[in-house]
Design a protein around this ligand. Structure first.
Ligand SMILES: Cc1cc2nc3c(=O)[nH]c(=O)nc-3n(C[C@H](O)[C@H](O)[C@H](O)COP(=O)(O)OP(=O)(O)OC[C@H]3O[C@@H](n4cnc5c(N)ncnc54)[C@H](O)[C@@H]3O)c2cc1C
Length: 422
């Protein structure tokens, strides 16, 4: 079919907007549809960590034994709604399967391929747009109360070493020197000099959306509801308003809402709504120049334009469940343990839904039988970091070019059967 002229992108989160800009740069006429407008889904309120060196999957060996304490401890990071459990069970089985050491190594390599170049891809574009402070390569600090606790287990160290991720081990004194506002209870730290953060994830999407429109792109506040596939490829999208939109190429980048859209092309993807919370404190009283992760308490603290943002939690309750605001209060308590001088007034709470796939890798692939329909979703905990590389790969698929990395780990056909737990 060749290079598509008219491309429709469903979803204006950080993934969709990066894809749209990249396709536009290569000469496609691009339209985005999104019922919420740019950056108002999960991309609105994430922790902002841009983690080139994140190569340790969430599903690691030994996780099964940790689940009870994660769920039962009053400050545990995991929350599962009993009502949702029967629907979640097959996803959990796949998640456990991913924790097999052989799978962990494969997943880690595939994470590194998506994360490693994130600053090299974001920074030139943002410089072009005059936004030099939105993403900063500040380094990132993990801390733990336990000696060597921040390092994680031995396998985490091996995965980082294999990927060539730079880390520096810090003592309690060095942690205090780097971040004086932290509690002095922390005995071990690791510093990732090549990680950093986005100072306002929502504004990032808005800035990119503005550039996309200024360069001739169109954004409609509308949802993709159905498609009529054309006999020669391409097709017509039916939008929620009833409008019809012709396309030669289609990108499904609708975050957690993508599985229904992918199903229109026969794909069945185990995509879960994994909710997380943030609390943003406009006047926290804490001076911080880099993001800090409390490894023991599973929270992340990031200095943002809007104040200090504390994030955390993994809640599985289904897409439509009401927010559990006590989980945001819990995160705020954990932030105050980490930074004893924290000023809590004016706290703004938010819940967002990570589009999570059990092996922690996104789907990046063509639809079966239609190479101009491309799936780009399921970025779970790392969508902000992965988005620019996802966009490069989507563009390569759309243009029939060889992708710059092996994309087989992200294939949509990897979900054919629920694997037995070994
Ligand atoms: C608490 C928390 C902390 C996080 N921290 C980090 C972090 O530090 N670093 C990091 O890299 N990642 C982080 N993430 C993950 C990251 O935020 C997500 O992976 C990312 O935002 C997903 O982007 P997206 O574009 O796929 O989805 P979204 O931002 O959700 O965008 C999807 C869009 O699709 C639209 N849509 C839905 N249905 C349709 C339809 N039918 N037609 C058209 N459009 C549709 C929606 O309205 C939405 O705007 C965090 C997430 C959470 C919740």
């Amino acid at each position: 079919m060749g290079v598509p002229k008219e491309v429709l992108v469903a979803g204006a989160g950080i993934v969709g907007i990066n894809c749209a800009i990249e396709l536009q740069r290569y000469g496609c006429s691009v339209t985005i549809v999104d019922p919420r407008g740019p950056g108002n889904g999960c991309s609105f309120g994430n922790a902002g960590n841009v983690v080139a060196g994140a190569v340790v999957p969430f599903s690691m060996p030994g996780n099964l034994l940790k689940i009870p304490s994660w769920v039962l401890s009053p400050y545990g990071p995991l929350s599962i709604s009993l009502r949702h459990l029967p629907r979640l069970a097959p996803w959990l089985l796949r998640w456990l399967k991913a924790s097999h050491p052989a799978n962990v190594r494969r997943i880690s390599k595939a994470m590194h391929a998506l994360h490693g170049e994130t600053f090299d891809l974001y920074l030139p574009l943002l410089r072009e747009l005059g936004e030099t402070d939105l993403i900063k390569k500040s380094g990132q600090l993990y801390v733990s109360r336990h000696p060597h606790g921040a390092d994680g287990d031995a396998l985490s160290g091996v995965l980082r070493a294999e990927a060539g991720v730079l880390v520096e081990a810090l003592s309690g004194g060095q942690i205090q020197d780097l971040v004086p506002a932290l509690s002095n209870a922390y005995r071990s730290g690791i510093f990732f000099p090549n990680n950093g953060f986005c100072a306002n994830p929502h504004r990032l999407v808005q800035v990119l959306a503005g550039a996309f429109v200024a360069r001739g792109g169109t954004i409609h506040h509308n949802a993709l509801m159905a498609v009529e596939r054309g006999p020669q490829g391409g097709g017509t999208a039916i939008l929620e308003s009833g409008a019809r939109q012709r396309y030669d190429g289609l990108v499904i980048a609708a975050g957690v809402w993508s599985s229904q859209l992918a199903a229109m092309f026969g794909a069945r993807v185990p995509l879960e709504a994994e909710r997380g919370y943030h609390v943003t404190l406009p006047q926290s009283g804490i001076r911080l120049n880099l993001p800090v992760t409390n490894y023991d308490l599973n929270i992340s603290v990031t200095p943002m334009e809007m104040g200090l943002r504390i994030t955390g939690g993994a809640e599985f309750a289904g897409l439509e469940a009401k927010p559990s605001w006590h989980l945001a209060d819990r995160i705020l308590d954990l932030g105050a343990i980490t930074f004893p001088g924290l000023e809590r007034s004016g706290a703004k709470k938010w819940v967002g839904v990570r589009p999570s796939i059990p092996d922690g890798l996104p789907v990046l692939d063509c639809a079966a039988g239609d190479r101009k329909v491309i799936f780009a979703f399921g970025n779970g905990h790392y969508g902000l970091t992965q988005a620019p590389m996802m966009a490069r790969l989507v563009k390569a698929l759309m243009m029939d070019e060889q992708p710059s990395i092996d994309i087989s780990p992200y294939s949509v056909s990897r979900f054919r059967a629920v694997p037995p737990v070994s």
